[in-house]
Design a protein around this ligand. Structure first.
Ligand SMILES: Nc1ncnc2c1ncn2[C@@H]1O[C@H](COP(=O)(O)OP(=O)(O)OP(=O)(O)O)[C@@H](O)[C@H]1O
Length: 582
């Protein structure tokens, strides 16, 4: 069964809102995948938006809407998507192919779901009456979705009114996308609240009428006055929605950053009344051991103040989750949270990554590009793997921290930026300072507060909670009943060394959930399969372990990182450590 079908079937057990991005280009699809979106909807509206038309242009069946969508999928979107489920927006009347043929072609491309688009619901008045009379109205959309359902697609009824939503629900669509209007950004706070409340009322009315029909399809919100995570949080508090299907909230300029920052924050919104939420947690951090409770208290204390924080912890201990939680508990929470992986920036690109560039600043600079500091303005910048910054990059970073302003490449005058910096490292920064590899002045600027996340082996009491949390997520993902692990397996998990910490635990549980057939995992294969010789040879250093893992994985970096239970980023660091020793 497809991933999408599983999620929909287990909708009431979702731990966090289901977030989809409606895309009309390869660029936005790529960002959606990178941001961890649960689904992508390919709509030609996004295509028109990209070439500068208002979205209404997309509702006109210019040319052949289905040809456009199919080509957009084939040449732009699919090359960037591997496992994220894709839903295609299909026009119910196709001038070129019988609808069944069109759906077959989309199936062959790997599309998992179908929605009615351009939706007739956008059209009203006499024109709609004529279209309905011609058989081009909602009945045609219902018939198209029914055909898609019979062919094994997951069907999404895209509805603009309560009546249309009920029509789709009664025709047994798998899911509804409830459009509550266009997305508007508004400066006037009172007006925005009013408009938001109006769209909440509209969505509530739509969903109540649908539920009154006796149908309870998976329901996603679309559009509306939703530009910030708090806006969607308001909806979730008042209406039993399963998630957000996008609209232009994610496709704002600069697109890549907007999608990335927004999707993550939307997914972080606590979802009321789920099993996974009954676990002791602090935001998305699960834990109840004494060191974790201390950590949560410390985060709570320091988060509201505008101080830079350095997060210190081994690979996979949850440094990014901690950084995100600090941001969410700060007054900056409605501004961007931008992550930079310092290990991934080549030295020559440091300035353009951090500060951005003007059009024409160098060959190839076809348009102005904002740097990470500008993107994070008023928000939080999370510098991951900070120890990987070259001396040159360290100097550039220190300058902007000291001066509170940036100058873009090719730019003339400095622009002030207001950014809180959080950084993380899985190497000992103090030691690097002593060794002269990290600037002491920068270290002091970044480490006003140091937060240490204890390795998992020092808080084995958290293992059962983490296992429950992982199983809850996996049982939805794989549509398997996963209740727990046997006592003997739990003892072994609690006593394991966990070099790769929580990430490694996630990988071990995932492997067992897949290979074992019972709802209670026994972990018979654990010793041999999950603790290969590489993790048992404690006298090997990280570089040697990385090299051995690379050999075992036949040179495949992702596989090697998996074997060690570390991220690819960390694998690079470990491989590089050897070069430095030579
Ligand atoms: N306390 C926790 N509760 C729930 N999940 C956790 C916790 N700690 C870590 N995780 C999960 O473990 C994985 C690794 O977390 P994260 O990426 O934040 O670690 P990291 O320390 O930043 O790793 P790296 O140094 O390798 O980048 C993620 O899937 C995260 O959700």
């Amino acid at each position: 069964m497809s991933l999408l079908k599983n999620v929909i079937k287990n909708a009431d057990r979702l731990a966090s809102p289901f977030i989809s991005v409606a895309t009309g280009s390869g660029h936005t699809a790529k960002s959606a995948v990178e941001s961890g979106a649960d689904m992508i909807i390919a709509l030609n509206a996004g295509f028109y938006r990209n070439i500068g038309y208002g979205t209404l242009a997309a509702f006109m069946p210019y040319g052949n809407a289905n040809n456009q969508t199919e080509e957009m999928l084939k040449y732009h979107i699919l090359p960037h998507v591997s496992s994220t489920p894709i839903v295609a927006g299909v026009f119910a009347t196709d001038p070129e192919l019988p609808v069944k043929k069109r759906l077959e072609r989309l199936k062959a491309l790997g599309v998992e779901g179908i929605t009615n688009w351009p939706a007739i619901g956008f059209i009203d008045g006499a024109f709609r009456d004529h279209l309905e009379a011609e058989g081009l109205g909602i009945e045609a959309e219902v018939a198209m979705l029914q055909q898609a359902g019979e062919m094994g697609f997951v069907t999404f009824g895209f509805a603009l009114s309560a009546e249309d939503a009920c029509t789709f629900a009664k025709s047994n669509v798998d899911a509804l996308i409830l459009n509550v209007g266009l997305t508007f950004e508004m400066d006037d706070a009172i007006e925005k609240r009013n408009q938001l409340q109006l769209s909440i009322t509209k969505a509530k009315e739509m969903l109540t009428m649908v539920h009154d029909t006796g149908h309870k399809p998976f329901s996603l919100l679309y559009g509306g006055y939703v530009t910030k995570p708090e806006d969607f949080d308001e909806f979730l508090k008042q209406i039993p929605l399963h998630g957000y299907a996008g609209g232009s909230v994610f496709e704002r300029f600069p697109v890549e950053q907007a999608i990335n920052a927004q999707v993550k924050s939307f997914k972080n919104i606590p979802f009321p009344n789920t099993n996974a939420n009954t676990l002791p947690r602090f935001g998305n951090l699960v834990g109840s051991s004494a060191p974790m409770k201390n950590l949560f208290t410390l985060i709570q204390k320091i988060a509201p103040y505008n101080v830079n924080v350095c997060i210190d912890g081994e690979s996979g201990t949850g440094k990014e989750l901690v950084a995100n939680q600090i941001h969410l508990l700060s007054p900056r929470k409605s501004h961007p949270f931008i992550t930079v992986n310092c290990g991934a920036i080549p030295d020559t690109l440091v300035e353009s990554e951090f500060f951005g560039y003007e059009k024409g600043a160098f060959t190839g600079a076809a348009m102005r590009r904002q740097g990470k500091f500008e993107l994070a303005n008023k928000g939080t910048l999370f510098l991951d793997e900070i120890a990987d910054l070259s001396p040159h990059a360290q100097a550039a970073l220190l300058r902007v921290i000291q001066q509170g302003e940036i100058v873009t490449l090719g730019g003339q005058k400095p622009t002030p930026v207001d950014v809180r910096i959080l950084c993380a490292s899985n190497q000992n920064l103090e030691k690097l300072v002593e060794e002269g590899k990290f600037r002491v002045d920068l270290y002091f600027r970044l480490s006003t507060i140091i937060i240490k996340i204890p390795p998992l082996r020092e808080r084995s009491g958290d293992v059962p909670l983490l296992v429950s949390n992982i199983l809850a997520k996996l049982s939805i993902k794989f549509d398997k009943k996963l209740i727990g692990v046997t006592n003997s397996f739990m003892d072994r998990l609690k006593n394991n060394h966990w070099t790769g910490n929580v990430r490694e635990l996630e990988q071990v549980i995932t492997r067992h959930a897949l290979i074992e057939d019972a709802p209670i995992l026994e972990g018979k294969a654990f010793k041999h399969a999950d603790k290969p010789a590489i993790t048992q040879s404690y006298n090997e250093n990280n570089h040697e372990r990385a090299v051995r893992a690379m050999r075992e994985a036949g040179g495949n970096k992702s596989k090697a990182a998996n074997l060690l239970g570390i991220s690819r980023k960390t694998l690079y660091v470990w491989i590089k450590e050897g070069d430095e020793q030579l």
